[in-house]
Design a protein around this ligand. Structure first.
Ligand SMILES: C[S@@+](CC[C@H](N)C(=O)[O-])C[C@H]1O[C@@H](n2cnc3c(N)ncnc32)[C@H](O)[C@@H]1O
Length: 226
């Protein structure tokens, strides 16, 4: 084997390793379809919460409390958490004193849902389903959330359409939008706020508000037109 052959072999190995790292670690299999993504979450479900280390105070300040405040005038609000994972949203919303409603946690990974049910202090309703075909009638929920998940979907905009479909007119849609260099690496699944804002308005949302949230994500608060 010549030195040239060895060099080419090493470069090829590096290239393959780089592509695998990009797709499996950065994009979490986003371009390989929902089965691949969900398989990865099934594998990591038991470690998910310890990996993420969500800070309860930060969760309350940025999610639980402001979300509960949007529902204070609703009798018994129905909240849908799409791609709920281990129930992060329920964990911060249910303890809010002003919240008297129902939370439905939907995810395609059975293991993520099971982990949420097993570790939650209060019972939550969970449904295993793909996010791009929500098993609910139009206009069912007062609030629909989809956090840290859109970029892993086969078609993120189909998921947004489904979230809007099941949302009551006037209801609140809460999304996260990936930011930073990793967002650009998840090709075709993320948008900058100046592009995404008008896209969401064109889908019938108003008061679309981007808010700085975590290092990797903005939060988007928006309402469905009546
Ligand atoms: C990064 S986790 C976010 C979980 C939770 N929303 C949170 O903020 O902690 C992404 C979740 O999306 C779910 N997911 C990925 N693709 C999905 C799909 N096509 N339909 C439904 N859930 C999906 C995964 O199983 C995983 O639980």
């Amino acid at each position: 084997m010549t030195l040239l052959n060895i060099t080419i072999g090493l470069l090829l190995l590096l290239l393959i390793g780089g592509v695998l790292y990009w797709e499996l670690v950065i994009a979490e299999g986003a371009h390989l379809g929902d089965k691949a993504v969900v398989k990865m979450y099934d594998w990591t479900a038991k470690r998910y919460d310890s990996i993420k280390q969500y800070e309860p105070e930060f969760e309350t300040d940025t999610l639980g409390y402001p979300l509960a405040m949007t529902m204070v005038n609703l009798g018994f609000p129905r909240v849908l958490d799409v791609a709920a994972g281990t129930g992060r949203l329920a964990r911060t919303l249910l303890p809010e004193p002003s919240f008297r409603g129902q939370i439905v946690a939907l995810d395609l990974s059975y293991s993520m849902l099971a982990e949420g049910v097993a570790t939650h202090p209060e019972p939550i309703d969970s449904i295993q389903s793909p996010a791009d075909r929500l098993p609910f009638d139009d206009n069912t929920f007062d609030v629909v959330a989809c956090l840290e998940a859109l970029e892993f979907m086969p078609d993120p905009m189909q998921v947004v359409d489904e979230c809007i479909r099941v949302l009551e007119p006037g209801g609140l849609l809460l999304l996260s939008n990936r930011r930073g260099w990793e967002a650009r690496a998840i090709v075709g699944k993320t948008w900058t706020p100046d592009v995404l804002g008008p896209m969401l308005e064109a889908k019938g949302l108003f008061s679309v508000d981007f808010q700085r949230w975590q290092i990797d994500y903005d939060l988007i608060w928006a309402n469905k037109r009546r």
